[in-house]
Design a binder for this molecule. Structure first.
Ligand code: GLU
Length: 507
């Protein structure tokens, strides 16, 4: 029987969730959904020094905003828990002990100062920072060099130690990556990685293998930056559980910025975290603005992330989450780096805003335009406004400019755009127009336009020269949808008031 597909996202709660992280989540998620599998989130919090309070809740909030709900996690429960590595500490110790027992790992008592000294003493121009490996291990303070009796003595005395893996002298470790194909590593170049730290916590290497085994993970999608760790994991799988049990790995291509590797500065510029919430990034001390605050729809965000390294083989670019699930395949993930382009990201968002229903966008607009709850009547008006202006919004934040004037009188009118060609005749025309709105029922936008043009013609004024002033009177500047559509939504009283107010500001 085929094993049930189980994938995991294994973040360390050390900071914001950035677009590369969400793409990893997304590919795990798509694969799981496509194969009726389970998507697990495991919190890898074994590095206590890097732990950031609040980062875990933030992470789940981000996933919720994206609509990528895990099947099992700290928050969702499940029968493979605990889902936080710090709560699984005793499990890892057991495997570390087993490896020592089998002479596949050893105790190392070296202090940081001793390691420092070793690096300085053994450094050569061709090997400027020697690593803890087969070449030097017998010159250092570990159970291999010291022998059984001395080791026991140190352990009995409570000497702090770490457990290191004993890398084989010369062995080729291979695996087949689902994206990259055959990958191999020569152990002669690898160091004896720490498996268990002095505080009794496992390192990532030991924990990831033990947990992937215990949580019955079948496939692991992770960023390409983890590829160099793969040999340690392969070796641990071989030693502890058997290579045939190992999940199938897929190392996802790097995400590149406009000028090569995505830099910290690109991150700050483009707001790479998913969103900020009330969470302060410890590396900058700032509440960073993320994709949510910048005005991205989660649908668009997922869509653009999916295409960073994957396509369905056609020119198609706009995908719903369900369409992504249906068409996702590992064969179509490329191994070359994927370039992130903020302008293209905005294009995706614009397409998504245009394609979204008024009902979908209504709460997004409401939350950005109003600080307090609004009445039913106001919400009806907002619905009309959303339908009228959504195509003009690339980011949701554009709704402030594109829709704000429907609800609050523009603070400033760009009167300089009017005064150049202003005249007494034009003033008279607008006085008449304000009066018309005030006193008669003018009908729909088309009827208003007809009346407007007929009156202009009768006064030998060019309608074209009157439309811009009307727009500025109602909107404040040279933007917005059809001016009579605007007047219709504003209603005759407000339209008349805005024309009258503008006339007080004009000569
Ligand atoms: N804890 C690792 C991270 O922070 C997980 C890497 C993996 O998926 O194996 O990304």
């Amino acid at each position: 029987m085929e094993k049930k597909v189980r994938v995991r996202f294994a973040p360390s709660p050390t900071g914001g969730l950035h677009l590369g992280g969400v793409r990893t989540v997304l590919f795990n998620y798509l694969f799981a959904k496509k194969h009726n599998g389970s998507f697990i989130v495991r919190i890898e919090d074994t590095d206590q020094r890097r732990y950031v309070p609040g980062a875990e809740e933030y992470l789940f909030d981000c996933l919720r905003w994206c609509g990528l709900e895990p099947n099992e996690s700290v928050q969702h429960g499940g029968s493979f828990g605990p889902y936080r590595q710090s709560e699984r500490k005793s499990l890892y110790k057991k495997y570390a002990d087993q490896l020592i027992e089998q002479e596949l790992a050893y105790y190392a008592f070296d202090t940081p100062e001793e390691l420092e000294k070793m690096r300085a003493q053994l450094a050569t121009p061709s090997n400027p920072s020697p690593q803890y490996d087969r070449q030097v291990r017998l010159q250092l303070r570990n159970s291999l060099a010291l022998g059984e009796a001395k080791t026991k003595e140190l352990l009995d005395a409570g000497t702090p130690y770490v457990v290191r893996i004993k890398m084989p002298e010369q062995e080729t470790l291979r695996f087949t990556d689902l994206i990259r194909g055959e990958v191999s590593f020569d152990t002669a170049t690898l160091d004896d990685k720490v498996l268990l730290k002095a505080d009794g916590m496992p390192t990532y290497h030991l924990a990831v293998v033990v947990d992937d085994h215990h949580m019955q993970i079948t496939h692991a999608f992770r960023g390409e930056e983890w590829l160099p760790s793969a040999p340690v994991h392969i070796l641990l799988w071989k030693h502890l559980f058997g290579l045939e049990q190992m999940p199938q790995w897929a190392h996802l291509p790097l995400i590149l910025g406009p000028n090569g590797k995505l830099s910290k500065r690109d991150g700050a510029k483009y707001g790479f975290p998913v969103f900020a919430m009330n969470w302060t990034d410890p590396s900058t001390g700032e509440v960073t603005e993320g994709f949510k605050e910048k005005g991205f729809l989660p649908e668009a965000f997922l869509n653009l992330l999916a295409l960073l390294g994957w396509n369905d083989g056609s020119e198609k670019e706009i995908f719903t989450l369900q369409e992504l699930i249906d068409s996702f395949s590992i064969e179509r993930i490329h191994s070359a780096g994927a370039r992130f382009d903020y302008e293209k990201a905005k294009w995706f968002n614009h397409e998504w805003i245009k394609k979204s229903s008024t009902d979908r966008l209504l709460p997004e607009f409401e939350q950005r335009l109003f600080t307090n709850a609004i009445s039913g009547a106001e919400r009806e008006k907002l619905k009309q406004v959303v339908a009228l202006v959504k195509d003009r919004c690339t980011l949701l934040t554009d709704c402030n400019e594109q829709a704000g004037f429907f609800f609050t009188e523009p603070a400033q009118l760009d009167t300089t755009a009017i005064t150049g060609k202003w005249s007494a005749e034009k003033r008279a025309f607008f006085e008449w127009l304000a009066n018309q709105y005030q006193t008669s029922s003018l009908g729909d936008a088309a009827a208003q336009e007809l009346l407007f043009k007929e009156k202009a013609a009768s006064l030998q004024l060019k309608a074209g020269e009157l439309l811009l002033p009307l727009r500025i009177m109602l909107v404040g500047g040279k933007f917005g949808p059809g001016v009579f559509d605007i007047a219709t939504v504003l209603g005759p009283t407000v339209t008349a008031q805005r024309i009258a107010r503008a006339l007080t500001l004009l000569p």
